[in-house]
Design a protein around this ligand. Structure first.
Ligand code: T1G
Length: 692
């Protein structure tokens, strides 16, 4: 018997234990012995029931994603599930940790599923650009109903054991020793004599389906797919479960799966899955990490409050410091309001809200930060202000405390040089809203100690952030590339492309919104302040700001917003302003197509990424993609700017950059040497910079 799938007999109940660290993925070396064991146990008269359990920290977390795109080795998961459904004796899946994807589908092949109370169950394949390919789209609706199944499969969001029990997915949530209780459950089932009905033969929940309501829900989900194929395929497969006989629906699922798994979108999303984990593999990651028991946050404004919530959400006690009692109260009130909104939306329980609020301690006295192990400042973006804050921190923070700045572009080395302990200092650049956005740029300064970096990278994972270590430069990785992406915006406007046209080119590409909508959302005054600080101008954007048109918050920016609405409406006044500015500069308006817009915005984006790689500000091209997919809404079906460059053809990007460089003479179009090398090699593998 293989160690990946071993069998024990507990008084007639056979226990098959899968052991494939770290997440018990259903790799071939698991599937083969598992299949063989189940055949033997099915036919063994001494076996009255079968329990499938897992060693380690979790039940099967899915098929082995690394196997996709390679020749399939039999038996596949589908064959194991089909085999399970030929077994007359009771079969029970004992679930702990996360039963995800193929893991849940394996459990769906069993007559029963029991779980411990901390278990989570889900079908997250959609996040990999796939759909459940082991029968999940046809079996799950038979247990929880089509509507619930549709939501689970298209969102990919796992549910708790309690919710799963209430929905009919789990037969019992067990306290105490899960395996012992699962064996007892199985034995009782065997004694009961059944009947033991395979999930495939249960149709009562399906009979309840309101197909019209299902289709309305599915259509709404499709509208939110933004060009991604998997969510639509997931909905279609779930609908087949309702309208087609089981085996036809299963065959349809197979066809849809094979199409998705071979497609660019799934390749891109699987790439991002591993890229996010690769980004956390920084030098020194196995060093001893400093203990972080309490986190201090300085500044209770939008960023500081969001950062404080991010840590409280991760279970960390937070000391939130402000300069005055009024500012502190305002900040704490905003935090409470944010949690209340989550409770009203049903995404947070009242109990959890109270538990998290209980983790906050407010203060207006720096001395209170002395008990913190990590202190993050989120004060005004001004070097003098930051240095003043760090001077105070240097005086009060305990030895070994990690000191972090949330600056989005200031020189972290300069701040580090202003304190006595630069080795304990780095940047933690959160993205607003910091309690929601997954990306965290961890800025490693010249003197940051390796164990400090390793501690913060590990901490990022513990609060659910996608951490990317970046080097020190203006704007680090994301904002520096964002500047490159927007450098042509005013030229495009003056030459005849309207804000709506440019934004539509972006949304058609798959972005959630275009640069002008984004600017109105974030506030045009932020960019205006940055430009003034750097002595830069943008004739149209500056004029809008001089007119007090800051975007949604003032009801007018690039677009107009009816009161209470966030819907952008093209504003003739803005278009008139653009025409006037173009006339001043004798710029002839012309028709500008989407392709040109993409070439003059996204190709410089990729080019700047290549420059960042060459300078070692990012260690890998995939790190840059993790930044853009998690911090800026780059369409995940295209994998990020650097992965997309491969899809779009780097040679063509170089050629078009050269064209625009000849046309404009502007430096952003001068192809970076590393991009030229990528174009020759066809991938970034050998084209990486020094470690960030
Ligand atoms: N296959 C291969 N490797 C995996 C893996 C998987 N399914 N899941 C995780 N790993 C690796 C991961 O790369 C990392 O490796 C290590 O395990 C620890 O992971 C047919 C088609 C389970 C919630 O999508 O969501 O089933 O970096 O760092 O933070 O219908 O892993 O150490 O070398 O993420 O504790 C569906 C994916 C697959 C779940 C644990 N299942 N995994 O999180 O650890 S498709 C999923 C996760 C499928 C069927 C379909 C998380 C986790 P390394 P980690 P974690």
């Amino acid at each position: 018997m293989s160690s990946s799938a071993s069998v024990a007999n507990e008084n007639g109940v056979a226990v098959v234990t899968i052991d494939n660290p770290p997440v018990n993925a259903l790799s071939f070396h698991v599937r083969k012995p598992l299949y063989e064991a189940l055949v033997a146990l099915r036919d063994d008269p001494a076996v009255s029931a079968i329990v499938i359990a897992c060693a380690g920290r979790t039940f099967v977390a899915g098929a082995d994603i690394t196997e996709f795109g390679k020749p399939v080795e039999q038996p596949e998961l589908r064959a194991i599930v089909a085999l399970l459904e030929t077994i007359a004796k009771p079969t029970v899946a004992a679930i702990h940790g996360t039963a995800l994807g193929g893991g849940l589908e394996l459990a769906l092949g069993c007559h029963f599923r029991v779980a411990d109370q901390d278990a989570k169950l889900g079908l997250p394949e959609v996040k990999l650009g796939l759909l459940p390919g082991g029968g999940g789209t046809v079996r799950l609706p038979r247990l929880v109903g089509a509507a619930k199944a549709l939501g689970m499969i298209v969102s990919g969001t796992p549910i708790s054991a309690g919710e799963a029990e209430a929905a009919g997915l789990v037969d019992a949530v067990l306290d105490g020793d899960l395996l012992a209780e699962a064996i007892r459950f199985a034995s009782e089932m065997a004694i009961s004599g059944g009947p033991f009905i395979a999930v495939r033969d249960r149709n009562d929940r399906l009979a309840e389906t309101d197909l019209a309501a299902f289709d309305v829900h599915a259509a709404d989900l499709a509208r939110k797919a933004r060009g991604l194929e998997a969510p639509i395929a997931c909905a279609g497969a779930a609908r087949n479960a309702i309208t087609l006989p089981f085996d036809e629906a299963l065959a349809a699922e197979r066809r849809l799966f094979l199409k998705l798994v071979a497609g660019d979108q799934s390749r891109a999303q699987r790439y991002l899955f591993f890229a996010e984990r690769e980004a956390a593999k920084v030098p020194g990651r196995d060093l001893h990490k400093r203990k972080i028991a309490r986190v201090g946050v300085i500044g209770a404004g939008t960023m500081g409050g969001g950062i404080a919530m991010a840590f409280a959400n991760g279970g960390f006690p937070v000391t939130l410091l402000e300069t005055s009692a009024e500012a502190l109260q305002r900040g704490l009130a905003t935090i409470e309001k944010n949690y209340a909104v989550s409770v009203s939306r049903g995404s947070l329980s009242e109990e959890a809200k109270q538990q998290r609020l209980g983790l906050f301690k407010g203060s207006i006295d720096y001395a209170d930060l002395a008990e913190c192990d990590l202190i993050i400042e989120a004060v005004f973006e001004d070097m003098a202000v930051k240095k003043d804050v760090f001077g105070k921190l240097d005086a009060v923070a305990k030895p070994g405390a990690i000191l972090a700045t949330n600056t989005s572009y200031l020189d972290v080395n300069e701040i580090a040089a202003s304190i006595s302990r630069p080795q304990d200092m780095l940047g933690m650049h959160f993205f607003s809203p910091a309690n929601v956005m997954k990306l965290l740029e961890i800025v490693r300064a010249e003197k940051t100690a390796p164990d400090v970096l390793a501690t913060v990278v590990d901490l990022a994972r513990r609060i659910g952030k996608a951490a990317v270590v970046v080097g020190v430069c203006h704007g680090f990785v994301g904002n520096r590339m964002l500047s490159a992406r927007g450098a042509e915006n005013e030229f495009l406007l003056l030459e005849g492309a309207t804000p709506s046209k440019i934004d539509k080119a972006f949304t058609d590409f798959g972005w959630p919104m275009g640069p002008f909508q984004m600017g109105d959302l974030a506030g045009l005054d932020i960019g205006w302040r940055n430009r003034k600080a750097r002595g830069q101008t943008a004739v149209i954007a500056d004029t809008l700001c001089e007119q007090g048109r800051f975007g949604q918050k003032t009801g007018r920016g690039w677009y107009r917003y009816e009161s209470g609405s966030r819907e952008p409406v093209a504003d003739p006044e803005v278009e008139a302003l653009i025409l006037a500015k173009a006339a001043e500069q004798d710029v002839e308006a012309r028709a500008i197509g989407a392709e040109e817009i993409i070439e003059r915005t996204l190709y410089p984006l990729v080019n700047e990424g290549a420059r960042i790689l060459a300078e070692g500000i990012a260690a890998r091209a995939s790190d840059i993609d993790v930044v853009w997919a998690n911090g800026y809404g780059f369409p995940v079906g295209k994998g990020g700017p650097m992965f997309w460059a491969g899809l779009d053809g780097a040679a063509r990007i170089v050629e078009r950059l050269e064209y625009w460089h000849r046309q404009t003479g502007r430096a952003i179009f001068e192809p970076a040497p590393l991009l030229r090398r990528f174009a020759e090699k066809g991938n970034w593998e050998g084209v990486v910079g020094r470690p960030a």
